[in-house]
Structures are given as structure tokens and as C-alpha cells.
Design a protein around this ligand. Structure first.
Ligand code: FAD
Length: 526
């Protein structure tokens, strides 16, 4: 959109619309839109602008469920568009429910005339009322706002993946619970629900003495009544946002371009990576590092170590979607290792094979290291461990395709076994190896199909992400999140009725598409 639109600027949390963008934003959107159509010369509009800016600031955490927008109808190229929206006087505030199909569905809202803080409160309540009126077209990112029932609360941890359930007990007329629920919608690991004071069962169960009051229930079964100095929205919200393990999710928010990139990211060295893609450069760099650096720690390879190496190379040769030269190299390496089963080999012989000193025609593993999707904002962040995860996700998905189309014989645990052996015997991060082996021991053997193998690795990776959120190894530019984020796969989570339950069927489809051959980009390959 334009850099400024009359009364509003880029820093205002108001989406600036014009003739070329207005329909694309307001119609068939995942979000509910409240748009102010104004004329920059009109006195009422100038008076109303501080309210609209303050409201946008006040509910900026409600994005992407709810957006505030503005369009200057005094701009010559917008005049026609504004009359098409039915605007006859200024300012006109309109509401477009999510998934509105035509501009005729816009509803006019009266702009209040009081002082800014009163106006903001009135409009905030009005927005909630409008959302509730359109239950059929609920914005994708909008949490449920209706009061929770006793059954929902009692079954919550069985049905959901979050760590916390916050309950706000209140009167029916109170907006506090719904406002705090909206304020928390970008945050993961927590669900906020209002409970009415008339819900005898829950009031008794939690011994609620006054309204409103805040209770936080944890997955481990504990609960506590949170006593804050005042029963105010901002105090509730900041308390909940800082609970351990509660993190802001990754949402794509429509707004001014992000200007808090760090200097390294702005430099010429920074490689552009699309998080919706997998990069072959990461996979090849990771292969080089694993075979030439990690395995080289051992001068001789025998017994379980050799078996682990052989299984790793076998799944690479079978399933790694390699470029032809690399495919040849992996094949010859695999054949060579198979012919040396039950013996002992020296790393230098193995290395000769990796470097193709035997001169198999057209067989090469690059020794170039270029991280793209795995690039860190500092040289010591991300890189190799990121490529190991990525590689094995690719392999579980490729193995499933090979099985489905009967291209190669395999079995559900083949890739996971290879990963487990690699991590146990070669992965340089010893602490990681211990953690991973514990997870593998617990549940890996329960995997009984190719699809379950894909899902097992995905869900264990998310467990690791959960554990590592906020750890020193976390790249601040790439925070550890439950993956895929909402905007990468809106259909992967059930966000409407039971917030953030994973929908395994959709996850599986997503993983198979994300880690398929067609989604592996070859940018920055040497
Ligand atoms: P990574 O977690 O490495 O993920 C790489 C990429 O995979 C992401 O950028 C994303 O595109 C995608 N992704 C993210 N989550 C998922 C998912 N659930 N399913 C599919 N794809 C996903 N570090 C420690 O400090 N302690 C440990 O105990 C530890 N254990 C590890 C165990 C293993 C087996 C591995 C391979 C790594 C381990 N690490 C551990 C390293 C850590 O998990 C990260 O790899 C590292 O911190 C780099 O993080 P990253 O931001 O690049 O993302």
C-alpha cells in the first residue's frame, strides 16, 4: 500500500488501503476487517483519527483475526471506489465479516464522539459483538469466545496440546474474558476461556469467591487462582504472556514492512530463504558435514558404529533425492560398505570413497558448505543440526513415496532406525543424542506404517522445539515454535472450536507436500 494515506502513517497499526488493494483485503479474507473510509480534509475525520489510531494500537494483538484499515476517499483515484462501497458521508466505518463475498456485505458502524479512551472501549466491545454475530464466518485465527462448559474444561488437556488453560470467571456482561482471549490469540501453549459466574459446577470446583477472577490450570494437574493488583485486561494479559513456555506464534501480519531485521540480515551475504521451501544446498551441506567431519572423529569403524554408518548410507542411497552425480556417489559408497559387512574399516578408506579417489565416473559429493533455509543470524547458530532434521524429514517422506509407488522395498522403521543410529554414534551434540535416544526408546518402536514414521519424526521434532524454546542455542531471528506455523498451514490446526489441536490428516498431507521433490529448491547450489 501507499506509504502514508492522508491522516495515517506506516507506524499506526492501521492497514492503509487504496483502490488497487481494497477489494483484495476486504473480500474473501481469513480475517474480519473494520475499515474507516474518510476524507483527509474533513474535520470530523481529523477528530476521529486519534481514536482509530489508539484502537489499532490497543487491539494490534488481535491480528490476524481482526484488522483495522483506512482509506482516504479524498484521493482522486479512490473517489469512485469509495462510492462503490456505499460511502456517502465521512467518516464512514464499515465492518466486513471474514470471508465476505461482496462489498454489499459491508455493515456500517457508528463512530462514537466521546473522548478517545471511551471511544476505544466502546469500539472494542462492538468488535467483539460483531464477531459473535457471525459465528458462521469465524476468522481463521480467532479463538472461541463463548463461555466454556464444565465438560470442555474437564476434558481440555485430553483434547488439546497446550500446557495451560486460563479461565476467567466473570459476569455475562463483562468483556474482560473475551478481550484477554483475543489479546492472547497469537500466543502458543495456552488457551484462554471465559466461564460465567452462573456455571455452578465450575465455580464450586475451583472455589471461586469473587468475579471477575483468573485461574490458571496446568497440564500437570495443578491450578491456581492468580491474584493481581487490579482486575484489568492489561494485567491479566501481561501475566499470561509471561508464563514459562508461553511464546508468541509466527503469524504473517499485514502491515508496514518489518524493519527490525538485524544488520547481518540486511548485508549482501544474507541469502534469501523462503520458509515454505526446502533447500538442496542445506541437504548437501549437511551430507558433506556428516560424512567428512562427524564420521572422521573415529579412525576405525567397526561393530555397532559400522552398522549405524551402513544403515545411514543405505537410506541415503535409496531415498535421498540427489542430483545425478551425488546419486552415483551414494550408490557406490553404499555398495562399498555392504561389501565390507562384519569387518572393520578405517576412516581413511571410507574417506577415499567419499572423495571418490577410486574414480567412479561422474560421482561427487560437494565440499561446499552453504546454509540457506538453515542459515543462522550468527555463524554459530542453526546450520548443521537444522540440516539433520531437514534431511531426515525428507527421507521419511521420500521413503513413503517409494513404498506407495512400489519403487523400492522398505519398512516403516528403516529411516528412523538409520537416524537413531546416526545420532547415537556420530552426532556431535552428546546431550542431543541422549535426549533423542530417550524419545526413541519410549515410542519409536510403536511406529507401524510409513505415514506414522513421518508423523513420529514431526511430533518428536516439535517436542524438541518445545523444550528448547528460549534456550541459548535458539536463534533469536528463528525462534523455536510449534511447526508448521499457522500461516504455513492454516488447515493443520483446528483453531475454531478447540484451539490448536493438530489435525493429523492435514499435517500428513502438509508434510508430504513440504518435503516432496518438487518443493526442494536448488537456489545457491554450487
Ligand atoms: P531446527 O529445529 O533445527 O529445525 C530445522 C527446520 O525444520 C526448521 O527451520 C523448520 O523449517 C523445520 N521444522 C521445525 N520443526 C519441525 C517439525 N516439527 N517437523 C518438521 N520440520 C520442522 N539442541 C539442543 O540444544 N538440545 C537438544 O537436546 C537437541 N536435540 C537434538 C536432537 C536431534 C536429533 C537434532 C537433529 C538436533 C537436536 N538439537 C538439540 C538441535 C536443535 O534441535 C536444532 O536443530 C538447532 O537448535 C537449530 O535450530 P533451528 O532453528 O535451525 O531449527
Amino acid at each position: 500500500g501507499p506509504a502514508t494515506a492522508g491522516l495515517y502513517g506506516q507506524s499506526d497499526d492501521v492497514v492503509l488501503l487504496d483502490t488497487s488493494t481494497v477489494h483484495a483485503h476486504l473480500l474473501n479474507s481469513n480475517s474480519a476487517w473494520f475499515v474507516e473510509l474518510y476524507a483527509s480534509w474533513c474535520g470530523h475525520c481529523i477528530n476521529f483519527a486519534p481514536t482509530w489510531k489508539a484502537l489499532a494500537q490497543d487491539i494490534k494483538d488481535w491480528r490476524p483475526a481482526v484488522y483495522l484499515a483506512a482509506m482516504d476517499c479524498a484521493e482522486p483515484e479512490n473517489v469512485q471506489t469509495c462510492s462503490g462501497l456505499g460511502v456517502t458521508g465521512f467518516p464512514t466505518v464499515q465492518y466486513y465479516k471474514a470471508f465476505a463475498q461482496s462489498t454489499r456485505e459491508g455493515r456500517r458502524i457508528l463512530a462514537p464522539h466521546g473522548d478517545v479512551q471511551d471511544n476505544v472501549r466502546i469500539l472494542r466491545h462492538m468488535i467483539i459483538n460483531y464477531l459473535e454475530k457471525n459465528e458462521d464466518t469465524w476468522p481463521s485465527a480467532c479463538p472461541p469466545l463463548e463461555p466454556a462448559s464444565a465438560t470442555e474444561v474437564q476434558e481440555f488437556f485430553g483434547n488439546n496440546i497446550e500446557q495451560y488453560l486460563a479461565l476467567i470467571f466473570e459476569d455475562n456482561e463483562s468483556y474482560l474474558g473475551r478481550e484477554v482471549t483475543m489479546d492472547m490469540l497469537q500466543y502458543e501453549n495456552i488457551v484462554v476461556r471465559r466461564v460465567l459466574g452462573s456455571n455452578q459446577e465450575l465455580v464450586r470446583q475451583y472455589q471461586v469467591k469473587s468475579l471477575p477472577s483468573l485461574y490458571v490450570l496446568s497440564r500437570n494437574g495443578s491450578f491456581s487462582n492468580i491474584l493481581l493488583s487490579r482486575n484489568e485486561r492489561s494485567l491479566y494479559t501481561s501475566f499470561l504472556q509471561t508464563l514459562p513456555g508461553v511464546v508468541q506464534g509466527l503469524f504473517t501480519i499485514i502491515g508496514p514492512p518489518n524493519t527490525d531485521m538485524n544488520p547481518e540480515q540486511l548485508s549482501d551475504m544474507w541469502k534469501h530463504a523462503d520458509k515454505n521451501k526446502v533447500y538442496m544446498a542445506d541437504l548437501e551441506s549437511g551430507l558433506h558435514y556428516s560424512l567428512r567431519v562427524e564420521v572422521s572423529k573415529f579412525s576405525t569403524l567397526a561393530g555397532d558404529k559400522l552398522t549405524a554408518l551402513r544403515k545411514y548410507v543405505t537410506v541415503l542411497a535409496k531415498f535421498f533425492p540427489a542430483r545425478p552425480y551425488l546419486k552415483n556417489l551414494l550408490q557406490s559408497l553404499d555398495n562399498w560398505l555392504r561389501s565390507r559387512a562384519n569387518t572393520q574399516i578405517s576412516y581413511s578408506d571410507f574417506r577415499n570413497m567419499v572423495d571418490n579417489n577410486e574414480q567412479v565416473p561422474d560421482a561427487v559429493l560437494t565440499s561446499d558448505v552453504t546454509w540457506v533455509g538453515c542459515q543462522g543470524s550468527k555463524s554459530w547458530l542453526r546450520g548443521f543440526p537444522c540440516s539433520v532434521w531437514t534431511l531426515f524429514h525428507v527421507l521419511t517422506v521420500q521413503a513413503a513415496y517409494n513404498d506407495q509407488y512400489q519403487l523400492k522395498e522398505t519398512y516403516p522403521l528403516e529411516v528412523l532406525d538409520a537416524l537413531r543410529g546416526y545420532v547415537q554414534h556420530f552426532f556431535g551434540c552428546a546431550e542431543c543424542a541422549v535426549h533423542f535416544e530417550n524419545m526413541a526408546k519410549e515410542t519409536m518402536t510403536l511406529v507401524s506404517s510409513m505415514n506414522e514414521a513421518i508423523l513420529w519424526l514431526w511430533s518428536r521434532h516439535n517436542q524438541v522445539n518445545y523444550r528448547l524454546a528460549g534456550a541459548p542455542s535458539e536463534d533469536p531471528q528463528f525462534p523455536k515454535r510449534q511447526w508448521p506455523s499457522f500461516d504455513m498451514c492454516p488447515t493443520c490446526r483446528n483453531m475454531v472450536r478447540r484451539r490448536s489441536t493438530w489435525i493429523e490428516g492435514s499435517i500428513l498431507d502438509f508434510l508430504k507436500a513440504h518435503f516432496c521433490l518438487q518443493n526442494i529448491a536448488t537456489d545457491y547450489l554450487v
